[in-house]
Design a protein around this ligand. Structure first.
Ligand code: SF4
Length: 507
């Protein structure tokens, strides 16, 4: 409801059948939360941390039947686009409207070994699919439009990051998610009110029509240690906060009162800052969550400004989009002078390789429809296409001889190199993210590999040309798997790849 402050609580399902002891305890907790009129919505995770758990729908169905509003998480790591669509029809048929669209954590474990990551599409691809289902999915073969669904779609943003090349792309991706149909956003766990404020100011500045929910995760000493060690992708606990967690966690109550207070302060500050709601998570009983809400409601309306001073666990050298407000220490509406200056000077933190500069020239000359060699190249590939197969195979070999050493090309046939400043999402991105970075970067490094995230690299390369602001302005990219092991050059020149679809897809 616009203007109101909603409260959501996250439920993490257990591994095993719903009748097992752990799941029964979760069902009891969920029912207790549902019975409290302060809780507006219960949000159920989908194999979090890359581990197999009971599917969220099982618990969700029980809650729906009790009239409880439910958010179902749906991550692309375990499902391809057909399975996600099928899940969509199932969810819509069962009455689930609220879906949180995620790329998901990289799978870590599984039966008999690690599971194969899917990432056929990413969170933006999923938002696009479900938005198209809301509009009536177009079936190409029959020309019919399927009955509309009624999804209220959500997304996440991970803005508690260290570098400009991580923070700005996260915001750009949020804007793209909203353009693609996200109506609510939950920020990743963090303990820095200035960053939370920054997110709201970015949303206002870009006029994004989205309801932001502030993540309030109930810390404990073990959780603080895990977050500080970087064991949960995208979640930061600074040394300063860890020291407090250690100090209080060593007390008689194991820090219970301190951690509850911290969460209560986060709720009060989120309300004061102007979030649409708070999103409570953590390993706690329903009664513990109620206690957090009781403590939060004990604060007076104006207390949040002072409380926000206690929630400033930033890191040295952390990038902020806006200048600080000297009075509150939170964000102002003025863009950071240092940031503007670095944009003006096109100052990059990473080296821009010569191969990128060369690739830009080739792209502009050959693949850009306005390029001087575009027409001859197109007509050449028309002839190659019509020639006997060995000619096409020879042309494909030449292409691979150039692209494999330069880009570690995996021959997907639907090339996104021009979308990502000539960094390959197939070979260098563990999650094949073609519409912007996932939330898992570790101070610029990939969540999975010890290399710089492809989108951090792309941001820096584009910044050298003053083009980084438009990095994610392109239409939604969905890779067409039918093009695998075919010539990407031919597919680009002859209008068969995603560029020709310009973000318009049918089933
Ligand atoms: S390269 Fe970037 S987007 Fe891809 S998995 Fe790694 S951190 Fe995520």
């Amino acid at each position: 409801m616009p203007g109101s402050f909603s409260l959501a609580v996250e439920l993490v399902t257990a591994r095993g059948v719903v009748t097992a002891e752990r799941s029964r305890a979760l069902v009891d907790k969920a029912r207790a939360l549902a019975d409290d009129p302060r809780i507006d919505v219960l949000s159920i995770t989908d194999n979090p941390g890359g581990h197999a758990m009971l599917a969220p729908d099982t618990l969700g169905t029980d809650l729906l039947s009790r009239g409880q509003e439910v958010i179902i998480h749906l991550a692309c790591k375990d499902w391809n686009r057909n399975a996600l669509e099928s899940r969509g029809w199932k969810l819509a048929s069962e009455g689930f409207d609220n879906v949180l669209c995620l790329s998901g954590d990289y799978p870590l474990a599984g039966y008999g070994g690690s599971a194969a990551p899917v990432f056929d599409i990413d969170s933006i691809g999923l938002l696009k699919l479900y938005s198209d289902m809301n509009a009536g999915l177009h079936v190409a073969r029959s020309g019919e439009r399927l009955e509309r669904t009624n999804f209220f779609l959500g997304c996440v943003v991970t803005n508690h990051k260290l570098h400009e090349r991580e923070v700005v792309p996260q915001y750009q991706k949020l804007a793209k998610k909203v353009r693609t149909g996200a109506r609510f956003v939950i920020n990743q766990i963090g303990y820095n009110a200035r960053k939370d404020d920054e997110l709201l100011r970015y949303i206002a500045r870009e006029n994004l029509s989205v309801r932001p929910l502030a993540n309030v995760f109930l810390l404990s000493r073990p959780a603080a240690r895990a977050f500080n060690a970087g064991r949960i992708p995208g979640v930061i606990v600074t040394e300063e906060l860890l020291a407090l967690a250690e100090q209080h966690g060593g007390g008689a109550d194991k820090g219970r009162s301190f951690f509850l207070d911290l969460a209560a302060k986060q709720v009060a500050v989120a309300r004061g800052l102007g979030f649409s709601g708070a999103y409570l998570g953590g390993h706690a009983t329903a009664e513990t969550f109620f206690e957090i809400l009781d403590r939060a409601s004990a604060y007076a309306d104006d207390d949040w400004r002072e409380l926000s001073r206690e929630l400033r666990f930033g890191r040295a050298g952390e990038f902020y989009l806006f200048e600080p407000d000297p009075e509150t220490g939170l964000s102002s509406d003025e863009l950071s002078g240092k940031y503007l200056e670095s944009r003006r000077r096109r100052r990059t933190d990473l080296r821009v390789p010569l191969s990128y500069r060369f690739s830009r020239v080739v792209h502009r000359t050959v693949f850009d429809p306005e390029g001087s060699l575009h027409e001859p190249a197109r007509s050449l590939y028309e002839k190659v296409d019509a020639a006997p197969k060995p000619v096409g195979r020879a042309a494909h070999l030449v292409e691979q001889a150039a692209k494999v050493p330069m880009f570690k090309c995996r021959d997907c046939g639907d090339c996104s190199l021009p979308d990502i400043a000539y960094v390959c999402p197939e070979s260098i991105c563990a999650k094949n993210q073609r519409n912007g970075p996932c939330g898992g970067t570790r101070d610029g490094l990939c969540e999975v590999y010890d290399t710089e995230c492809i989108w951090s690299q792309a941001y820096e390369r584009l910044k050298a040309y003053g083009e980084e602001q438009e990095m994610l302005d392109n239409p939604v990219v969905l890779k067409d798997n039918a093009l695998a092991r075919t010539s990407a050059w031919a597919n680009a020149l002859l209008g068969r790849d995603h560029q020709a679809k310009a973000g318009e897809f049918s089933g």
